[in-house]
Every structure is written in structure tokens, then in C-alpha cells.
Write a protein that binds this ligand. Structure first.
Ligand code: SAH
Ligand code: SF4
Ligand code: F3S
Length: 479
């Protein structure tokens, strides 16, 4: 499908990609001569959202193409790379902690490479701190230059100097990079990058650049390829999937993409995240209802149930609009499972305003919630706002919210007793002999079964519903 050429062009010039292919060949031959008897080993760890995990899979794919073998063991590795997240301060602190722990590893053998990339690095003050306080870090690069990894590795191997590339700008869309998929039956497909929403608390638009959509046909072809390889679940990723192709082709928006992937032959589920309520339309909900392969699960982050707070968060919807979307969705899909993200303690949030969040949660009856205490992010508007409530008060509200959700989830799961669900069997559960499966609505059920069932759809009956873990038994044993 042709993109409209009057719109911004985010592609990277072919000569730049050709140059990277040359660097890849050069890095590979240097590595072969340095490691004549074994492959060099790379340990890659990703923090943050699934979008970052998908980036991590590209990073691993590139490293493999240079000749690295991936490893889970830090000690025996030749390269350690942390792909970081900046969404909350806590996420950043964990990275600094881990980088600190790698000092001895690096100093034991200076030819080892310690690398940092991802959203956190895209903030100037972080890159400066790494430059000054962590001199043993060899390579730092941002979110827009992953495709240059072959060049970075080559320079680390041959120049003996630290490499920093934090090119900013609006970002790009690079197709054709190798991908090492972590899963064999569940796969991520990023459909867009960046974010234009500038929610006042959020760092993402600053570290990920402007919203840009991947080409429609390229995405559908990738889904077709994965399904042909036997993948059973495809998750379409973007910070706001409902604005897919707003920048490029208004005739091929997100509902059209869901329909096109739903039309691919095969037995699979389609999931997507995240949906921003601002751009969530009745058309999207109708499409979900009509597409039988689209999992009946909607992750629709509300953030707060109070209109003043939502306005100051710059979310562009109010409580009423959000609730009317929920009502419409439930009317079209009575069994729809709805989940959300909520921020507690946004600057100036009063006890009464927080009560509006509690009453919204009670009204919606979410399947589950991701709850966060507001974390001021340098450079964002909300970080500058007066914030009179102390941490103890925020912790109290946080607990009130999680207690309420626990009661709601407990009631929901109790009602599932005796019901049968189709699950995608994902992994062995903690309990010996048990497997863990996920329903269409994103609820986990654990049941006794053989590991050979992993990666298949099965029917399970809930026998013992607890609030967070449901126990069940396998009903069929078809292939
Ligand atoms: N694009 C998605 C959210 C991505 S970030 C959306 O708009 O819905 C995931 C979640 O992290 C957000 O929904 C929000 O609840 C939380 N979050 C983001 N910035 C935060 C901050 N500064 N403090 C606390 N939580 C935050
Ligand atoms: Fe952040 Fe808002 Fe964009 Fe989500 S939509 S990534 S919360 S700015
Ligand atoms: Fe974190 Fe970046 Fe994702 S800040 S949540 S890894 S887009």
C-alpha cells in the first residue's frame, strides 16, 4: 500500500542500511578471529513494556547475526546489554543498581563489552551520569539507532573508545532487521512507534519520538508469516494502537488492520495494546466483536476516575466518555474482560478526587488492574506541579485501591467456578506437574497436565477459584 508522500517520511536511507550491513560483516570477522574456538556470548536483559521487549528481540537478532550466542549467564558472557525503561524512577534505580554490580565483571576482562540502551538513555541527564559516574560502561545508545548496533559493536571491538549515540529527533521506522523471537507460540508485532499524546506525567513521547506507523501490508505479511510458522498468539503493539495510520493512511486504520489479520487462515488469537480511550471508537469495539480471532480482552487505561485529574493529566477524555465506551463495549461483547492502568497520587489529587477513582473501579468491575504511584519524571509537565500529599498518604490510597480490586477480582473468579474456558497453555506452573494457561480474557488458570501441551489451545474447567490463581482441570486432550 502506498503511503501518502506529503506526510512525514520516517524511513532510514538505504545507503545507511547498506553501511550497517558492511559493519556487520566486519564485526563478525573480528569476533571470529577473537573467538576462534567458540562463539562469543551475549547476555541481553530488557526492562519495561512489550514495545521494549520487541526492541530487545531485534537487538538479540542483530547480535546473533554478528556471531554471538545468547546466554542467560552473566558470568561467562562477553557482552552484557541492558535495554532500559524510564517510565518510573524505580525502574531506573534498578538499572543503575545492576550496572553497579557489573563493575567487577568488566574489570576482570577489559575486552568485555558493557552496553546500555533503551528509553532511559534517551534522557540527557542519564547519559551524562553514565558518562561521568560509570566509566566502565563501553556503549550507550538510544531508542532511534538500534539498527546501528553492528557499527557500535565494531567500534567497541576495534577503536578502544567509549561509544555514545543518543541521536534524538522524531525517530524512524526501520524494516528488515533480524529478530530473535523469545517465544515459539506467542509473538509481538509492533505496529507503530513513538507517541504524540504528551500525557503530562509521561516520559514516553520524549524518549520515543513522534508517532509513526508501520506500513499496513508489511504488518499483515509479518502476521501471516508468523501464523504459518505455527504462532498461536499475535500481540499488536503501540502506545496508542487506536491512532494507527493517523499519520499515513486514514483509509487503513486500526480496525482495518484487525480485520485483515483476522482474515488470515489458522487457529490463533489476536491481542493488542495499548488502547488510549481518547481514540477508542465504537467502530473499534464493533470490529473486536465481529472478529472471532480477536481476544475479547480490552486493556483501556483510565489513569483516574476524576475529571479534574484527567484534565491535568492531558488525557483528552472524561469519566463520562470513558464509562460510555465501557458500556458500549459490554453491550457488544457481554463476556469482555477489561483491564486498566491507574496512577495514584497525581500531583494535587485530593482524597475526594481519589474516591472518584475508587467509585469508577467499582462501577467498571475490571478483571485486573496495573496500579502505580505517581513518579515525577524530569522534563514532564506534571513533575513541575505542586504535590502536597506525602508518600504515606499515597501509600494508603494505593492500598485502598488494590484492596478494592482484590475484592472485585475475588468475586469475578468465584463466579468462574465450574465454567469451561479455552486457554493457550503457556508454561509449567510453579506447582510440580501443573501447567499455566491464559484465557482469552487474560486470566491465568493452572491445571495438571503434561508439558507437551505447552503452546496449544485446550479446554479447562475451573475447579478452585482463588483471587489471583485459579485451579482447574483439563477437559479435552485433542491434538
Ligand atoms: N501508552 C499507554 C501507557 C504506557 S505507560 C497508555 O497511554 O495507556 C504504562 C503505564 O505506566 C501508564 O498507563 C501509566 O499508568 C503508568 N505511568 C506512566 N508514567 C507514569 C509516571 N510518571 N508515574 C506513575 N505511573 C506512570
Ligand atoms: Fe505516555 Fe500518554 Fe503516550 Fe501512553 S499515551 S505513552 S501514557 S504519553
Ligand atoms: Fe518504559 Fe520506554 Fe516502554 S519508558 S514503558 S520501555 S516505551
Amino acid at each position: 500500500m502506498q503511503s501518502n508522500t506529503s506526510k512525514p517520511d520516517f524511513s532510514v536511507p538505504q545507503e545507511e542500511l547498506d553501511k550497517q550491513a558492511q559493519y556487520a560483516a566486519m564485526a563478525e570477522s573480528v569476533l571470529q578471529s577473537r573467538f576462534p574456538d567458540r562463539k562469543p556470548r551475549a547476555f541481553v536483559h530488557t526492562y519495561g513494556c512489550q514495545g521494549n521487549v520487541a526492541d530487545g528481540e531485534k537487538i538479540k537478532g542483530i547480535l546473533e547475526s554478528l556471531g554471538y550466542a545468547l546466554t542467560d549467564e552473566i558470568e561467562g558472557s562477553d557482552l552484557v546489554l541492558y535495554n532500559t525503561c524510564a517510565i518510573r524512577e524505580h525502574a531506573q534505580d534498578r538499572v543503575f543498581g545492576n550496572v553497579g554490580k557489573r563493575k567487577a565483571w568488566k574489570e576482570a576482562d577489559r575486552s568485555r563489552i558493557l552496553a546500555l540502551c533503551g528509553c532511559m538513555m534517551q534522557q540527557e541527564y542519564v547519559a551524562e551520569k553514565i558518562k561521568k559516574s560509570y566509566p566502565y560502561v563501553d556503549l550507550v545508545f538510544g531508542t532511534h539507532v538500534i539498527y546501528k548496533l553492528p557499527e557500535f559493536i565494531y567500534r567497541c571491538l576495534c577503536d578502544g573508545k567509549r561509544v555514545f549515540d543518543l541521536s534524538g529527533g522524531d525517530g524512524n521506522v526501520v524494516e528488515g532487521l533480524p529478530v530473535h523471537r523469545d517465544g515459539t507460540f506467542k509473538a509481538w508485532i509492533p505496529i507503530m512507534y513513538g507517541c504524540n499524546n504528551f500525557c503530562s506525567y509521561c516520559v514516553v513521547p520524549y524518549v520515543r519520538g513522534r508517532e509513526r506507523s508501520r506500513d499496513f501490508d508489511t504488518v499483515v505479511a509479518e502476521a501471516r508469516h508468523l501464523i504459518a510458522q505455527g504462532y498461536r498468539e499475535i500481540t499488536l503493539l503501540g502506545q496508542n494502537v487506536n491512532s494507527y495510520n493517523k499519520d499515513k493512511d486514514p483509509s487503513l486504520r486500526f480496525p482495518a488492520l484487525l480485520r485483515a489479520i483476522n482474515d488470515i487462515e489458522g487457529d490463533f488469537w489476536i491481542r493488542f495494546m495499548t488502547s488510549h480511550p481518547r481514540d477508542c471508537t465504537p467502530e473499534l469495539l464493533d470490529t473486536m466483536a465481529q472478529c472471532e480471532k480477536v481476544a475479547k480482552h480490552l486493556h483501556l487505561p483510565v489513569q483516574s476516575g476524576n475529571d479534574r485529574v484527567l484534565r491535568d493529566m492531558n488525557r483528552h477524555y472524561d469519566r463520562e466518555k470513558y464509562l460510555s465506551l465501557i458500556d458500549y463495549a459490554r453491550q457488544k461483547m457481554p463476556d469482555l474482560s477489561i483491564t486498566s492502568d491507574i496512577i495514584v497520587g497525581f500531583p494535587g489529587e485530593t482524597a475526594e478526587e481519589f474516591d472518584d477513582t475508587l467509585s469508577l473501579v467499582e462501577r467498571v468491575q475490571y478483571t485486573s488492574l496495573f496500579t502505580f504511584i505517581f513518579s515525577p519524571r524530569p522534563g514532564t509537565k506534571a513533575a513541575e506541579l505542586p504535590d502536597p500529599f506525602d508518600r504515606a498518604e499515597k501509600n494508603r490510597r494505593f492500598k485502598a485501591l488494590t484492596d478494592l480490586q482484590e475484592q472485585i477480582a475475588g468475586r469475578r473468579t468465584a463466579a468462574m467456578k465450574g465454567e469451561r474456558f479455552c486457554v493457550l497453555v503457556e508454561e509449567p506452573a510453579k506447582e510440580e506437574g501443573f501447567l499455566s494457561g491464559r484465557t482469552e480474557g487474560n486470566v491465568i488458570i493452572e491445571f495438571p497436565g503434561d508439558k507437551s501441551l505447552i503452546g496449544t489451545f485446550r479446554t479447562v474447567e475451573v475447579t478452585e477459584p482463588k483471587t489471583w490463581v485459579l485451579k482447574g482441570k483439563l477437559i479435552d486432550d485433542k491434538d
